[in-house]
Design a protein. Structure first.
Length: 301
DNA sequence: AGTAGCACCTGATTGC
DNA sequence: TGCAATCAGGTGCTAC
């Protein structure tokens, strides 16, 4: 499943291939992959036509591409007000084909965008087997934390649907003290809190389990019973394991095949906890016990 | 306000 | 063999 490292791999791949390209047309092959607009998929396609993709940006697991329309003389100070946003859900993928004669759309292809990058024909397919992902065209809005962002963040605005999402674990502008303080409020199990994208974004089921294992904190421990030191250890562990995954995801990446398949195992050999219920713990050798719903397991903390 | 629970959807796997 | 139940999982909405 795509979590922060997988989505960042996709973002970097897309950015290299389609930034600066103009959208010629959009072909929505399954209406429900486009978020509700008053005019439906037709409006979606109309809003994209002739727009130029300025960049590919990410916060947590959310992706978006600020759009510029037309080429007015005063373009220099024109700030994109709109973006094509995307969420990969559980199974979303982007694939780019360069040149004319793109292959027939895959059965899971939900939308196909035709692009032009300086005269080169590009085909951008959005694939999504389980259909939890989506595409959307929406306004960019300023958020308080975007304005307060310190050094390192170029983010000035985020799509409306991302406004409630917290800065992600690898964002240099994230406020560590505020984040760990927020984590320790409330009665929910700490794993639930790690998965709450409004506090710190980007952490999903896999990396939550890995961080909990590394920091030796039980996933069902009430958040208020987690110490400040443990909370910082959890954040550090999340960053560390996601950084390692990102390096591996980034290396095995083919320029024209933007890989998003989080299950494809490039990092799975390194996992200590996720999906390992019943297997021996890498620290103590005792079997890992499943904890909670579909949570992996834990032993030896 | 904070939290639990469910809906959303499809393909693979398991059970009868 | 064939069909039905189960699972997987991120997000967003509703209800308590």
């Amino acid at each position: 499943m795509p979590e922060l490292p997988e989505v960042e791999t996709v973002r970097a791949g897309l950015d290299a291939l389609i930034s600066g390209a103009t959208i010629v047309s959009a072909d929505v092959r399954r209406d429900s992959c486009v978020r509700l607009l008053p005019g439906g998929p037709a409006q979606f396609a109309a809003m994209l036509a002739d727009a130029r993709i300025e960049a590919v940006v990410r916060r947590g697991k959310f992706l978006w591409m600020p759009l510029a329309h037309g080429t007015p003389p005063q373009m220099a100070d024109a700030v994109p007000a709109e973006a094509l946003s995307a969420h990969l859900g559980m199974s979303g993928q982007f694939r780019v084909h360069e040149g004319a004669g793109a292959p027939a759309p895959h059965p899971h292809c939900r939308a196909r965008l035709h692009l032009d990058r300086g005269g080169t024909v590009l085909t951008l397919d959005f694939l999504d087997q389980r259909t939890f992902g989506y595409l959307h065209v929406e306004e960019l809005v300023e958020t308080a934390d975007a304005r307060a962002g310190g050094a390192g963040s170029a983010l000035a605005a985020v799509p409306e649907s991302v406004a409630h999402i917290g800065r992600d674990a690898l964002d240099p502008a994230m406020d560590v003290e505020a984040a760990t303080r927020a984590w320790r409020r409330g009665t929910r199990g700490i794993k639930q809190v790690l998965l709450d994208q409004t506090l710190v974004s980007g952490i999903g089921n896999i990396y939550a389990d890995e961080a909990l294992w590394a920091a030796r904190v039980h996933p069902e421990r009430p958040a208020h019973a987690v110490s400040a030191a443990q909370s910082r250890a959890l954040l550090d562990a999340s960053r560390e394991v996601m950084s390692r995954a990102l390096v591996q995801g980034g290396t095995s990446f083919d320029a024209l095949y933007v890989n998003v398949n989080g299950e494809s195992g490039y990092f799975s050999r390194s996992l200590e906890a996720y999906g390992r219920g019943g297997e021996p713990c890498g620290r103590c050798g005792r079997p890992l016990r499943r904890a909670g719903r579909s949570s992996p397991a834990r032993a030896g903390w």
